[in-house]
Design a protein around this ligand. Structure first.
Ligand code: DGL
Length: 282
């Protein structure tokens, strides 16, 4: 019997990010898997996470996961590299067995890393991320597990998330920072031929990034990769797939002001969004 149907009508897929960036992942997931129900949760009140300590990112992410479980989600995607880097392993190994061992929390780093082997010819990979993701070394560690000979260089872009959160990703300020950060990354290793956008906010600046990235360098945005990986996961895990309701709906929750979130989220999703406020608790 479906354990979730006893309590909740909807058993959606939960998608979590610190802010608006996760909408770039959700959009691609819904293109590939439109049939399911979704709940998106943005912790906009406490974004950005990228400059916060391991402990805080872990605590905030765990609160979000618990909240999404309480909304009936049997499966939660951390559509946030910072949370995936700093909190996913602890939640999977330490918290999940106590909270509900039948539910799952998945991240975005592993599926992204699996993809770079197909793209890179030189084996020299660049990673853009938040200071937290870059300092964690998560991409370096995960890439080397799969491709031990690869060279990985990371560069933190602390200004990119605030530019997106403040809807300045199309402005002239974005040009300045994108060009500066691309130059800084490529100066670390002139053989880099594949650059991972290791923050879910960054695809929202893709036009600017394309403008300044030299031709021939692959730019890896995660949305499509995470979507394909989720589809594959659900095919391999029918016990999870059959728990998900198929109502084609999407609910948006934010820890910030709901109207404020709705206005900006609509710009990112290209369709009207009517969000609800959520209060996360320890
Ligand atoms: N979008 C998130 C990520 O993928 C985090 C951005 C932030 O809150 O700093 O890392």
């Amino acid at each position: 019997m479906n354990p979730d149907n006893n309590i909740h009508k909807r058993t959606p897929i939960g998608v979590f990010d610190s802010g608006f960036g996760g909408l770039s992942i959700l959009r691609e997931i819904r293109k590939v898997l439109p049939q399911y129900d979704y709940v998106f949760l943005g912790d906009n009140a406490r974004a950005p996470y990228g400059v916060r300590s391991f402990q805080l990112v872990y605590e905030f992410t765990l609160e979000a996961v618990k909240y999404l479980f309480a909304q009936g989600c049997p499966l939660v995607i951390l559509a946030c590299n910072t949370a995936s880097a700093k909190a996913l392993r602890s939640i999977q190994q330490r918290d999940l067995p106590q909270l509900d061992a039948s539910r799952r929390v998945l991240g975005v780093i592993r599926p992204t890393v699996e993809k770079v082997g197909e793209l890179s010819r030189t084996g020299h990979i660049g990673v853009f991320g938040t200071p937290g993701t870059i300092q964690s070394g998560s991409y370096d560690i995960e890439i080397k597990k799969l491709f031990p000979t690869f060279q990985v260089h990371g560069h933190a872009c602390p200004m990119w998330v605030p530019l997106v959160e403040n809807r300045e990703s199309d402005g002239d300020g974005a040009d300045y920072f994108v060009q500066k950060d691309i130059n800084a990354l490529l100066a670390l290793d002139d053989q880099i031929d594949t650059v991972i956008l290791g923050c879910t906010h960054y695809p929202l600046m893709l036009d600017k990034i394309r403008k300044y990235m030299p031709p021939g360098v692959n730019i890896v945005a995660q949305g499509g990769i995470v979507a394909d990986s989720l589809k594959n996961y659900l095919t391999r895990h029918p016990e999870m797939e059959t728990r998900l309701t198929r109502g084609h709906t999407c609910e948006y929750l934010t820890t910030e002001d709901a109207n404020r979130f709705s206005c900006t989220a609509s710009v990112f999703t290209g369709m009207p969004v009517e969000a609800r406020h959520a209060t996360l608790q320890p």
